[in-house]
Design a protein around this ligand. Structure first.
Ligand code: T4K
Length: 376
């Protein structure tokens, strides 16, 4: 017999710094009375991110969705963009808000990132870019994607919402493609309450993004483009800045949770664990996705998901349904049968993982999963 958790165990919980450190930082904000509109904390935080990522061009936003929307607009993307349906809906919303038609293609089965083999057949005269997602922090196959993008003169944009802290051969994933967007939402491994970051190599884009996120203001009396309001606040930047030195520790904690899950669940029939990354990839352990194979596990993913709630465990089915199946996108014609994406979306379950989840709790979650299976 296994006991349910007394308190709910969610798929994630935000990491928080010591409250006194945050309050100390707030004193500076209080003293300056500068709360938003590119204040001193945001400016300093942008500089910290530049050195942390070893990249010259960064632009901060109040959330990842607006960062991506503005990124696409600033790059002048239009027409059709090839993207993945296996993502959070914001990936496609950012296209839609730019009046761009999403062209959904399949994902590959091991890391759930866009399948490069499906891209060329989806290119039309209207295609202007590829919007790929480093889903769960798994890096896309950049070498092949950039080759295709170059060959067809397309922009390569990464939704890197999940990938902060990921490195390839010691270099941040922020360096890849024409543009990357990171989300600093509270549910991410690293956060600024809410927040978004664009990283890019073309320095000329900085001015455009700065206009677009601040109503297009050049100065008090000139508006040079119809921008919106997407600025990060001082308090958001303060949280981001205080948390940056904790990033390695947060990743290490998640890494041990991840390995503990793998160790405990490897013998359980019908649970497919994540595939190991190549040694060149320093992964961030952003999510703990497993696939539940009904015939071997003995119950469906949805049955397990519901049953876990009885034990106070709130796993999530990221990303089900596929974006193209939401009513607002159902009218878009999809040529690709999306076999892998459909299969993954109906089997995926993301288990709780966050800094602060104790080994005892992970063991209890695994005991409960095994118990549910045996007693079904
Ligand atoms: N692209 C991709 C690939 C993304 O995944 C996302 C966001 C974006 C773009 C857009 O970036 P942002 O504009 O959000 O910066 C959550 C997040 O809201 C969303 O940011 C994230 N992806 C998505 C994958 O997950 P929900 O609807 O699942 O969140 P919610 O409120 O159900 O939270 C999940 C669990 O986290 C809760 O059960 C409890 C826990 N939680 C949540 C919050 C907000 C806390 O413990 N504390 C909290 O403050 O979307």
């Amino acid at each position: 017999m296994v006991e349910p958790f007394k308190n709910p165990i969610y798929v994630t919980r935000p990491f928080l710094p010591p409250l006194k450190d945050f309050c100390k930082g707030l004193e500076e904000v209080w003293d300056s009375r500068w709360l938003t509109n590119n204040g001193p904390v945001v400016t300093r935080y942008a500089q910290e991110l530049r050195s942390f990522l070893a990249i010259d061009n960064v632009c901060l936003f109040n959330n990842g969705t607006l960062a991506l929307q503005i990124g696409l607009q600033g790059l002048g993307i239009s027409g059709e963009v090839i993207t993945t349906p296996f993502s959070f809906v914001a990936t496609t919303h950012a296209l839609y808000w730019n009046k761009i038609r999403p062209v959904f293609v399949d994902i590959e089965p091991d890391f759930y990132t866009i399948d490069p083999e499906k891209i060329e057949e989806a290119i039309t005269p209207w295609t202007t870019a590829i919007l790929a997602v480093h889903v769960f922090g798994n890096p896309c196959n950049h070498d092949i994607l950039s080759e295709i993008a170059k060959k067809h003169n397309l922009r390569l944009i990464y939704d890197a919402a999940h990938a902060f802290g990921v490195q390839i051969n010691g270099k941040s994933i922020a360096h890849y493609g024409d543009l990357s967007m990171f989300s600093f939402h509270a549910t991410k491994l690293y956060h600024s309450f809410e927040g978004g970051l664009l990283t890019f190599n073309d320095a000329k884009l900085t001015r455009i993004f700065d206009y677009l996120k601040n109503f297009g203001f050049e100065n008090e009396v000139e508006v040079v483009m119809p921008g919106t309001n997407a600025k990060m606040t001082e308090v958001q930047a303060l949280m981001g800045s205080i948390l940056l030195p904790y990033l390695d520790k947060m990743i290490q904690e998640r890494e041990s949770i991840y390995h503990l899950y793998c160790e405990r669940l490897k013998e359980v029939a019908g649970i497919r664990l994540p595939i190991k990354h190549a040694p060149s990839i320093q992964y961030n352990y952003a999510y703990m996705p497993v696939e539940i194979e009904e015939c071997r596990f003995g119950m469906s993913r949805d049955q397990l998901y519901e049953k876990l709630k009885e034990y106070n465990i709130y796993a999530r089915r990221y990303f089900y349904p596929l974006i193209c199946d939401f009513p607002c996108y159902k009218n878009i014609q999809v040529q690709d049968p999306l076999r892998t994406a459909r299969n993954v979306a109906s089997h995926i379950l993301t288990l709780p993982i966050y800094a602060g989840l104790s080994p005892d709790e992970v063991n209890q979650i695994c005991d409960i999963i095994i118990f549910i299976q045996k007693n079904h």
